[in-house]
Design a protein around this ligand. Structure first.
Ligand SMILES: N[C@@H](CCC(=O)N[C@@H](CS)C(=O)NCC(=O)O)C(=O)O
Length: 246
């Protein structure tokens, strides 16, 4: 079999922070791709056909051609830049110092900001119980990680080197949700705030926010939905109620 790329991209996604990351890369690169919406509320990501593409049963995932798959959003971003960013507009040459700096920030997001902020979102807006401990633990950790971004972004425009790369795209996709999901006052992180605005205004980012078609919500609608979710969790405060139990 010939080696990739196969120039036939199918992107399996939903309107979530992890889904947004490769969608931005696809839109920035301007490569043709088909977006296939996965309904995670109906657990489509756990169906057998999808597990053959991502054994972890989560979005996002990518196919290039009929038989080649990549899963994990960080791996998908690396695949896309390796194969479809020949001019290295959003990455650096393999082996360079900048490349490893970019990789370090990418791993920081994949292993830190994403999982911690994801848990904070869960305890704050999705949990079947009210857990003051869970909310505080993950909210504090999310703020600490935003503080790590701030150390860099208070004195530089971009996370790695002197240009916008997949490292910025990865952390942007999560950090932008911190005020909406967690009521974090982003003005406490002024460098992060400036960087978020710098990325948000890019046309490719605006297009990526609408991928997959029909699934994405406006920030205003999302805000309202999240408030109702947080109100439900707040109503459990001071009770022993566990809504996961019949
Ligand atoms: N480390 C994975 C995380 C993927 C992930 O957590 N995806 C979420 C949406 S953002 C999902 O599919 N949730 C549904 C589920 O857990 O079944 C990545 O970066 O691709």
């Amino acid at each position: 079999m010939s080696a990739p790329p196969y120039n036939k991209l199918t992107y399996y996604t939903a309107a979530t922070p992890n889904g947004l990351k490769p969608a931005i890369v696809l839109e920035e690169l301007g490569v043709p791709y088909e977006a296939r919406a996965i309904d995670i509320r109906k657990n489509e990501q756990k169906e057998e056909w999808f597990l053959a593409i991502n054994p972890n049963g989560r979005i996002p995932a990518l196919k290039d051609g009929d038989d080649f798959r990549v899963f994990e959003s960080g791996a998908i971003m690396l695949y896309l830049t390796d194969m479809y960013d020949k001019e290295k507009k959003f990455t650096y040459p393999h082996g360079s110092q900048d490349y490893y700096e970019m990789m370090s920030w990418l791993m920081f997001q994949m292993g830190g900001l994403g999982p911690m902020q994801g848990q904070a979102n869960h305890f704050r807006a999705m949990a079947p119980v009210y857990s003051a401990y869970g909310i505080k633990r993950y909210l504090d950790e999310t703020k600490r990680l935003l503080g790590v971004l701030e150390i860099r972004l208070s004195k530089a425009d971009w996370l790695a080197g002197d240009k916008y790369t997949i490292a910025d795209i990865a952390s942007f996709s999560w950090a932008r949700g911190a005020p909406l999901f967690l009521d974090i006052d982003i003005s406490e992180f002024p460098g992060v705030d400036r960087w978020l605005k710098r990325i948000e205004e890019r046309p490719a980012v605006q297009r990526a926010k609408k991928v997959p078609a029909g699934a994405a919500m406006s920030d205003e609608d999302l805000k309202q939905l999240l408030q109702s979710m947080k109100d439900r969790v707040d109503a459990l405060k001071g009770t022993e109620k566990d809504e996961s139990k019949p």
